[in-house]
Ligand binder design. Sequence first.
Ligand SMILES: *[C@@H]1O[C@H](CO)[C@@H](O)[C@H](O)[C@H]1NC(C)=O
Length: 350
Amino acid sequence: MYDDEEQGELLDRFKELWIAHPAFMVTFTSVIVVFLSWTIRDSLKIRDIQQKHVFITGCDSGFGNLLAQRLHRKGFIVIAACLTEKGCQDLKACTSPTLKTVILNVTNPKSIDKAVEYVAAETGNAGLHGLVNNAGRATPIGPTDWLDMEDFHRVLDVNLIGLIEVTLKFLPLIKKARGRIVNVASVMGRLAFGGGGYCLSKCGVESFSDSLRRDMQYFGVKVSIIEPGFFKTGVTSLEIIEKDLHRLWNRLTPDVRCSYGDKYFDKYLKVQRLSMKTFCSADISKVTNCMEHALAARYPRTRYGAGWDAKLFWLPLSYAPAFLSDILLKLLLPRPLAGGRALAKNKVDV
Ligand SMILES: *[C@@H]1O[C@H](CO)[C@@H](O)[C@H](O)[C@H]1NC(C)=O
């Protein structure tokens, strides 16, 4: 590329820079060295994945389904847990008999016990290399005063309480293998908006995972948190969300409905559709790539922001002062239009 003379000149120029600006050059060189070492460290892989078992929850569709197929192709011994029998059959149909499936309902303690028993028998003395807590649901989701306790329970029981129970019951198998736990949180666990149990549950997953990581480090167990932005999966399915919103809206008391105004519901749906179309990425492999890294890298990361919206918008916004994130979210999200104001005015008139 360079002849000897040019190379000599470059070297001389570099030496001059070192002498003229030592502080700058030390900083510059350190940044490059740190960046290179981090990149190399991050790219190192574990060995013998053909002998390592990974257990994934929520494999009926979405991230879990794709992850099961990918890890299976990569050579891991995959045990995929599905909520339904159909989920198991569909997954088996598109993989090979070496991929094992098991039925799991994370809100049912007996169902978890059965899954643990099955995985303990499959893994034997080796223990479990990876547990991926992926099962989750988003609905009921909606303005806070549209919801009752049952609505909160339905989400929290799956996304948080279920995840904790699965983790506690699988922990002995994980410790045996000095394995990994990969918990699926969300950018909405870092920045809460859109009422309901979803943000609460994901914030709880963040917090539970942080404690777990600190407690388990002495046993060689690593804990990673995945924070996906918006992706097209069953969780963000407009059909399911809209159907449930209709249910919530229709059961509102006249007072609450009046405070939002008659036109609010249609506007809310419209904004919901538009924001899902704008934000949701169809490429869910961005999320499964993070999970794969957490399971196959020698040094898994603590947190993985998945998707550009997460990396460049939601996660940075979660560090912003509340007044700033409030303004931005107010611009993005639907709000009670005429309804709220009309009610306030009536009150004044009375
Ligand atoms: C999961 O278990 C809970 C608690 O036993 C039960 O109420 C629920 O119907 C179950 N869900 C499915 C899909 O089987």
